[in-house]
Design a protein around this ligand. Structure first.
Ligand code: KIV
Ligand code: ZN
Length: 519
């Protein structure tokens, strides 16, 4: 049987980044885009070029560097947005402009404050403008699932006539129920006479936890592009989780009769990378990529698995690239052993980066007898941060004195933007507080700490501690992560990571000309 292909459209870098506190720098976005290309996604929505110079730069960089996927920029239905979107993506091998405009009366009345005719004109003229630049144009009637159907059909017909090649139906506020959403897709196909000239796409939010279910119902009703984010990241409760949609299609192709272009063995690595960069942890019981997704706790299940895996497992862990929990390396392991294990985990390093990884590995193996895959992941994530964060400040030294009868006191030495070394000390209510105050005395960027979590990467007293923090300055929330066998050192690294991100994102925002709000 020939199976029809469903295009996978990833918007982790755009709608995903709209999740509060998930801001990413351009090098981080590029790293995720490279991994999405390895995963085989058809379209990467790299950002919303007109929203800020930082976003423009990120979209343009991804467009220049990624050759294997279509690169889209989101654009409001405004002439300057469309022009900016094209400017950012014109270097892509396969560029796409994604124009969106609200279509529901609620949005027209309260947000756009325009009537239906005015909005129709904007949609048609901006799709035509985009088409003047680019053959591949997507149009999204925002809040489509709450739009009066006849108006929606008319709008879709008109934008297809104006040149839209993909029609995306967003359930913007995650309001739909699967059967109802499928019916909407069916009605669109019956009532928009030229719909066969465009690819029908869906974009479901997860406010009622139905994002994936609605997307699957739409695929069954003929949608041939599906949009979502890795790990279900996104505005509010997030977007439909792409890895769940992909594995549903893969696992139930017998029933659904469709397929994708995805290399599913890249799912695990993509999921970890997105979690690591955004600082959004993956819940243990998360479908497909959670820590427990392939763990069998009950005796009866374990018995079945030992006899025949398919008794209780519908997907093989290896099919998503799950590395297992192998104990791999130790103090005596060599560079070749490290390189080969890292490659198995999906890290392909150039000689320089491998040399740095080996240094980190040796230092870790001196402290820890057994180095597991999770330790290697933590090590690589520290190294990635050092490479991609373009650090303004780096830590040279941290020392803390604390105890039951001591006033916690920290001394830190930082290398600053001009390469100068500064040492300072502070006391605090606890050792972490003392470290952060000492760092504040040097960096002098007022902020508040809104989240601090520490967790161990593996079991055991010698485990690496991973610290995730979020700091807030004005409207901005910035994540920071650090890992070390000493959790105070990890805390200091996490704080500097967050401060460096704050400084670089503020720099990018400073030049912001338009300040367009995100959808
Ligand atoms: O949720 C939404 O409606 C969107 C559109 C911009 C596609 O993100
Ligand atoms: Zn959305």
């Amino acid at each position: 049987m020939i199976q029809e292909r469903v295009k996978i459209f990833d918007t982790t870098l755009r709608d995903g980044e709209q999740a509060a506190g998930a801001g990413m720098t351009t090098p981080e976005k590029l790293e995720i885009a490279r991994q999405l290309e390895r995963l085989g996604v058809d379209v990467i929505e790299a950002g919303f070029a007109a929203s800020s110079p930082g976003d423009f730069e990120a979209v343009a960089t991804v467009a220049r560097e990624i050759r294997g996927s279509t690169i889209a920029s989101l654009s409001r239905a405004h002439p300057t947005d469309v022009d900016r979107a094209w400017e950012a993506i014109k270097g892509a091998a396969q560029p796409r402009i994604h124009v969106f405009l609200s279509s529901s009366d609620i949005h027209l009345m309260h947000q756009l404050r325009k009537n239906r005719e005015e909005v129709m004109d904007m949609a048609v003229s901006m799709v035509a403008r985009a088409k003047g630049y680019c053959e591949d144009v997507e149009f999204s009637p925002m809040d489509a699932s709450r739009t009066e159907p006849e108006y929606l059909y008319t709008m879709l017909r008109a934008v297809i006539d104006a040149g839209a090649t993909t029609i995306n139906i967003p359930d913007t506020v995650g309001y739909s129920i699967p059967e109802e959403f499928a019916r909407l897709l069916k009605d669109i196909q019956s009532n928009v006479p030229n719909i066969h000239k465009a690819v029908l796409s869906v974009h479901c939010h997860n406010d009622l936890g139905l994002g994936v279910a609605n997307s699957m119902a739409a695929i069954q009703m003929g949608a041939r592009q599906v949009e979502g984010c890795i790990n279900g990241l996104g505005e509010r409760a997030g977007n439909a989780a792409l890895e769940e949609i992909i594995m549903s299609i893969e696992t139930r192709k017998d029933y659904l009769g469709v397929t994708t272009n995805i290399d599913t063995t890249q799912i695990y690595r993509t999921s970890r990378l997105v979690s690591d960069i955004t600082g959004f942890p993956i819940q243990p019981n998360k479908a497909v990529v959670g820590l427990n997704a392939f763990r069998h706790a009950s005796g009866i299940h374990q018995d079945g698995i030992l006899k025949e895996r398919s008794t209780y497992e519908i997907m093989e862990p290896a099919s998503i690239g799950w590395p297992g929990n192998a104990l791999v390396l130790g103090k005596l392991s060599g560079r070749a052993g490290l390189r080969s294990r890292l490659e198995e985990l999906g890290y392909h390093l150039n000689p320089e980066d491998l040399a740095q990884a080996f240094e980190g590995f040796k230092a870790l193996a001196d402290k820890k007898r057994e180095v597991t895959d999770r330790d290697l992941e933590a090590l690589m994530s520290n190294q990635r941060r050092a490479i991609t964060e373009a650090p303004t400040y780096t830590m040279e030294h941290v020392q803390v004195s604390c105890g039951s009868h001591e006033i916690p006191t920290a001394t830190v030495r930082l290398r600053g933007p001009d390469d100068s070394l500064t040492t300072d000390a502070a006391t605090g209510t606890g050792p972490v507080d003392a470290i952060y105050k000492a760092i504040n005395r040097i960096v002098e960027v007022p902020n508040t700490l809104s989240e601090y979590t520490v967790k161990s990467v593996t079991e055991g007293i010698d485990a690496i501690g991973e610290v995730t923090i979020r700091i807030q300055k004005n409207e901005g929330v910035y994540v920071g992560r650090g890992a070390d066998t000493d959790i105070l050192v990890a805390s200091a690294k996490a704080y500097l990571n967050a401060l460096n991100r704050l400084l670089s994102m503020e720099e990018a925002k400073k030049e912001s000309a338009t300040g367009s709000p995100n959808p």
